[in-house]
Design a protein around this ligand. Structure first.
Ligand SMILES: Cc1cc2nc3c(=O)[nH]c(=O)nc-3n(C[C@H](O)[C@H](O)[C@H](O)COP(=O)(O)O)c2cc1C
Length: 325
């Protein structure tokens, strides 16, 4: 079938998945496929119907080996799709196999609605929770993500259909960890804001995708809809937000990946056969697999991009999010 129009439905808390969606869009458009990115937020019921497109993408960040609950709610709200060709991609902070089963429920929901899911891809990006990736690793992940997206976008448009179902043994933990959805709502009520640090810029209130934050007379009210996306605490300019029970895992501050991309004073590759310790054990295999794929597909890593390569800095993403108000 001749693919002319694509839609990518994306939920992104701190901008990683949105960045990847924009790279997909670029790749698609370079192949003549007009592409719409639709960001999921509390108004997901107004999302455009996929039937107006030749192909539909579904993109989310992994939260506790699952999509965030809002993404599942969105998928459940979709209309029947009558066999429309579809693909999934997800981002996460590490490449462990436990993340492999994160889409199982989503695949079931979409398939029952008639979406014809061709394949799923997983792209590792810097952590927005648990710990902050050091600059070298963040840069390396992003350089690889950009190259991998070229291959994955092609797979989404022209790839062979893959079997996406995993046996029970390999997906049971995802089912168990759905407890995170309830926990996120509970924990969201425990958020606190430091009066000493807060400058009352209102960014957290404006940008919350589920409108869970209200500032009334300089008092913060946190509701019970938190989806634990971290956007409020990650981009708080004064690091004033305490994220409840998970506060010791908080990551504050934009990674500024596009700035890092161009900064060749940041060592690349940082993780290699010579690296020692945890980073190597968790990430080296991911980079090696990526190297193999990129070689097969004749795609090179763009370590220092030329000016023609698109600028997708997070300031832009967030400005875009802010403009939705
Ligand atoms: C509540 C929460 C749970 C997370 N759980 C996982 C996980 O199970 N596995 C993982 O590798 N990364 C996990 N992460 C990290 C994110 O998946 C990763 O940083 C992702 O790229 C963020 O994408 P976003 O910026 O589009 O929101 C988690 C992040 C959050 C906030």
């Amino acid at each position: 079938m001749d693919i002319k129009k694509a839609i990518i439905y994306v939920f992104s808390g701190s901008g990683n998945t949105l960045k990847i969606a924009r790279l997909y869009k670029d790749e698609f458009e370079a192949k003549g496929v007009e592409t719409t990115i639709y960001e999921i937020d509390k108004d997901y019921k107004n999302a455009p119907d996929a039937l107006g497109y030749d192909i539909a993408g579904f993109a989310y960040p992994i939260h506790a080996f699952n999509p965030p609950e809002i993404f599942i709610d969105f998928a459940k709200s979709l209309k029947e799709a009558k066999g429309i060709s579809s693909f999934i991609f997800k981002t996460s902070g590490e490449p462990l196999w436990l993340n492999d089963s994160s889409s199982q429920q989503l695949i079931k929901i979409l398939s029952l609605k008639g979406y014809d899911i061709i394949n799923e891809r997983h792209i590792v990006m810097p952590y927005n929770m648990i710990f902050r990736h050091r600059d070298e690793v963040a840069r390396q992940l992003y350089i690889y993500a950009r190259a991998l997206t070229k291959a994955y976008a092609e797979d989404a448009l022209y790839g062979e259909r893959e079997n996406l179902y995993l046996p029970l043994m390999k997906r049971v933990h995802s089912t168990l960890f759905k407890i995170e959805w309830g926990f996120a709502k509970f924990n969201g009520r425990l958020f606190r804001v430091s009066k000493k640090k807060c400058i009352y810029c209102g960014k957290c209130e404006r940008n919350c995708p589920v409108s869970n934050i209200r500032i009334v007379d300089k008092k913060f009210k946190f509701g019970n809809k938190c989806t634990m996306c971290t956007r409020c605490s990650m981009f708080c300019p004064t690091n004033a937000i305490n994220i409840g029970i998970l506060n010791s895992w908080k990551v504050n501050g934009d990674y500024q990946l596009d700035k890092k991309l161009k900064d060749d004073s940041i060592k690349f590759p940082y993780i290699s056969d010579e690296t020692k310790g945890l980073y190597k054990s968790v990430y080296l295999n991911y980079f090696k697999k990526a190297d193999k794929l990129l070689k097969e597909r004749n795609i090179r890593l763009e370590v220092l991009p030329s000016d023609e390569i698109g600028e997708y800095n997070l300031a832009q993403s967030i400005a875009h999010i802010e403009n939705k108000d």
